[in-house]
Design a binder for this molecule. Structure first.
Ligand code: ATP
Length: 363
């Protein structure tokens, strides 16, 4: 199995669009990595450069130590010599072929004999839970089954790396949720290396060993789901992954508990325990983020930092928790409160923001 190494990759379309703006990342052997970001941020273009379907303007791509693309060395291996498996949103299934013929297509194109192909097709169909459906016309299957056919086709010839471009986007919400787990379990079972593209942050969180968050062709942050959620480095990542509050303030002193930030809009001082891996001078303007579930509706009795008074503006019951907007001065804070005790709009509340969950952002 292979390791993907992308170094200083650049891809432009015409003179106007810098789709991929000098990005570098790796995917380790057996790792499941996701490129996550909003529409147009360059995820698909990056994947297509790796597959050999786009020719980059600059940078290098190698897989398993073999150089696939290098602008400076004039190397660009054609797609069929890369031995990568691709699964697309559109399934890309041949409508005139049976399920088995669809899966066998790539194998035969690569020179496998009929017998050899048959064995591999049966194995691949079994892996994706479609045993016995090989003779069926591929277009007579449900969306979920068609996507399994394209997955079977991708894994059948044991590719070096599996590349996925929003493969679950056409499925309904329930099936999509189930397929996420099935897909990642299958990839892990086969011990394959996978690079997955999605704009769905929940999908990325559930499936990935690591997430690469992109915006405007550039990488914003790379990390495992836990660290990207709990320690976003900038306001884009904080806002894109999950729901959050972003608050402006100015730095005061640092102490053993973190950095004390003055937040005039909330008439409060907030002690921030995370995002402090850099020098922040006294008086510097900073942005602080805190997730709604890290603001509690009970505060210690003291008047210390991180204690806020507010009034419930809206409260929506979600089953396991309440999703509230709580007005503090002119600012609304989003707060999630566990339990089903009713929270009435207009109620005065005292809140406490957990210091260790307050993250100082880089920009
Ligand atoms: P989506 O989630 O919508 O698929 P994406 O993050 O995958 O978006 P890309 O498809 O990689 O984004 O597109 C990045 C940028 O490059 C966009 O501005 C897009 O319009 C542009 N682009 C992509 N392909 C082409 C092309 N063939 N010709 C011209 N511009 C393109």
């Amino acid at each position: 199995m292979a390791e993907v190494v992308v170094t200083d990759l650049v891809k432009k379309f015409g003179t106007e669009t810098l789709a991929v703006d000098n990005i570098s990342f790796t995917v380790a052997e057996g790792e499941f990595v996701t490129l996550l970001g909003p529409s147009g941020c360059g995820k698909t273009t990056t994947l297509r450069c790796i597959a050999g379907l786009e020719i980059p303007d600059d940078g290098e791509i190698s897989i398993g130590g073999e150089l696939f693309t290098s602008g400076s060395k004039g190397v660009c291996l054609p797609p069929e010599k890369r031995h990568l498996g691709m699964v697309f949103q559109s399934y890309a299934i041949w409508p005139h072929m049976s399920v088995a013929e669809n899966v066998a297509y790539g194998l035969q194109a690569q020179g496998a004999s009929r017998n050899e192909a048959r064995g591999k097709v049966d194995k691949a169909l079994e892996l994706v839970g479609l045993s016995g459906l090989g003779g069926r016309n591929a277009t007579k299957l449900s969306g979920g089954q068609q996507q399994r056919v394209s997955l079977a086709r991708a894994v059948a010839y044991n590719p070096r790396v599996l590349l996925f471009d929003e493969p679950l986007s056409n499925l309904d919400a329930k099936l999509r949720e189930r397929m996420r787990l099935e897909l990642v379990n299958l990839v892990k079972e086969l011990k394959m290396t996978a690079l997955y593209v999605t704009h769905d942050q929940a999908e990325a969180m559930v499936m990935s060993d690591r997430i690469i968050i992109m915006k405007d062709g550039r990488i914003q942050q790379v990390g495992d789901p836990h660290s990207t959620y709990n320690e976003p480095t900038n306001s884009f990542v904080a806002d894109f992954i999950g729901v959050t509050n972003i608050i402006e303030g100015s730095a005061e002193e640092k102490n053993s508990g973190g950095l004390l930030v003055d937040v005039p809009k909330l008439s409060a001082k907030i002690l921030c325990g995370a995002g402090l891996d850099r020098e922040i001078g006294k008086g510097a303007k900073v942005l602080v983020t805190v997730r709604p579930e890290y603001i509690e509706l009970h505060a210690p009795d003291s008047d210390g930092a991180n204690r806020l008074e507010g009034v419930v503006d809206k409260a929506v019951y979600l089953g396991q928790s309440w999703d509230c907007l709580i007005r503090v001065g002119d600012t609304d804070l989003r707060v999630h409160v566990r339990g089903d005790e009713p929270i009435e709009p207009g109620k005065r509340v005292t809140m406490y923001i957990l210091p260790e969950r307050c993250v100082v952002l880089k920009d």
